[in-house]
Design a protein around this ligand. Structure first.
Ligand code: DNO
Length: 393
């Protein structure tokens, strides 16, 4: 696989020069200044491409070419927005960017409740605490009917949290769930807006939507964009839900093996592909991550390599890249055997010494990711030796 790195553009303090020095081969980036729905012009794409190539690297993946919410909830404007999406695809294709990552998570992308969970060794990591999430759902959002999603015991814990969380902790929770985790991935809050009010407005658009409804809207989208991707030799790769279960009463349809099976069949075309995010998929016990890699290998165009540790009571956190439910070495073995030419990147590094001095987005530290990349490279080297030996026998 090709070693790539998510880079946040010219303002990213982690420079392309730094990335070359640590052995990165390709860049994963987006036109972050453009809101979802706007066309990525050929000029802007070429400009980004030249910046990357000027540093001796290549632009391997566009992540994400974001899908506007209006497409996900089928607003009257969706045809116009899909038209714009196709225009961006055409421009990316013309510029030679052939791997595009996107997701179809309604209203909210990845969800964590703590961005700086302290580990025994003093480093910190990302964490999902189910009760804090539930507290946010029931007490901060005050989502209608939310209580029905939790057991009596859980509702009692929510009550307890209400009494023990400080005002600052409650503010921090809001900031974590709907501002910091979303802010750097095309979902910036409007200046001066109240995050909770804004988020509730967004949720409202999905009030009557179930799994089937969202599947219909994804099918509608795929039927219109996959032919364009195919014409330009692009592989559109859907990112799994993170975490892979419904949140805030919203359906999520890219979570389990049967979901991926359904998606690749919805439009049966090689350009309708998958971003194999081992980390997201690993956050529920029922997902056998290596088995999924094997089953869908032919349609995997991009890999996110990380892993999670499943904890009691529905909590989880990022595991070491050598550990956890992602079982990365097995995943790497499968991907190196079946799709060795695809780009991969590590994801969600820890905060290591030195990282607090370099401004970074949550989960996207320099040293933390570099450390993870070294671990993954080690596994890749072992696996490649195995494969070469096997083939020379
Ligand atoms: C979070 C990321 C996601 C991912 C998008 C892809 O760290 O894994 O934001 O990039 O969902 O569309």
């Amino acid at each position: 696989m090709i070693k790539t790195w998510r880079w946040f553009g010219k303002k990213d303090p982690i420079t392309l020069e730094m990335l070359r020095q640590i052995g990165v081969e390709g860049i994963v980036t987006a036109l972050y200044d453009l809101p979802p729905g706007e066309v990525w012009s050929l000029e802007a794409i070429e400009d980004m491409k030249q910046t990357i190539e000027g540093a001796g690297l290549v632009w391997s993946v566009a992540e994400s070419l974001p899908v506007a919410e209006e497409i996900k909830y089928a607003a009257p404007t969706r045809d116009m927005l899909i038209h714009n999406y196709n225009a961006s695809l055409v421009n990316l294709g013309r510029a030679g960017i052939k791997t595009i990552c996107y997701n179809f998570m309604p209203a909210i992308d990845w969800v964590r409740t703590d961005l700086n969970r302290q580990l025994p060794d003093g480093t910190t990591t990302l964490y999902f605490d189910r009760m804090r999430y539930a507290y946010f759902d029931c007490r901060i959002l005050q989502r209608e009917g939310a209580e029905a999603d939790y057991s009596v015991e859980e509702l009692r814990k929510i009550e307890l949290l209400d009494q023990t969380l400080t005002k600052d902790e409650k503010e921090e929770l809001i900031d974590t769930i709907i501002v910091k985790t979303q802010g750097f991935i095309h979902r910036k809050m409007k200046e001066g807006a109240d995050p909770v009010t804004e988020f509730k407005k967004l949720l409202h658009h999905y009030r009557d939507m179930d799994r089937e409804g969202l599947r219909e809207n994804l099918t509608y989208f795929l039927q219109k964009v996959v032919p364009v991707a195919e014409a330009y030799g692009i592989m559109l790769c859907i990112h799994p839900d993170d975490p892979p279960f419904p949140v805030f009463g919203l359906p999520r349809i890219v979570s389990r093996e049967e979901d991926l099976e359904w998606i690749i069949g919805a439009v049966n075309n090689h350009s309708n592909g998958i971003t194999f995010c081992a980390g997201s998929l690993s956050a529920i016990a029922e997902n056998d991550v290596p088995r999924m890699a094997k089953r869908f290998a032919k349609r995997i165009g991009f890999a996110h390599l990380r892993s999670t540790a499943l904890l009691p009571e529905g909590n989880f956190m990022e595991a070491s890249h050598l550990d956890g439910n992602g079982r990365l070495i097995e995943v790497i073995r499968i991907l190196e055997e079946c799709v060795s030419d695809i780009p991969m990147r590590v994801d969600h590094g820890r905060v290591l010494p030195g990282d607090s001095e370099i401004t970074h987005n949550p989960g996207y530290t320099f040293y933390g990711r570099m450390f993870a990349l070294a671990q993954v490279e080690g596994m890749m080297a072992v696996v490649r030796n195995e494969i070469n030996e096997k083939r020379s026998r």
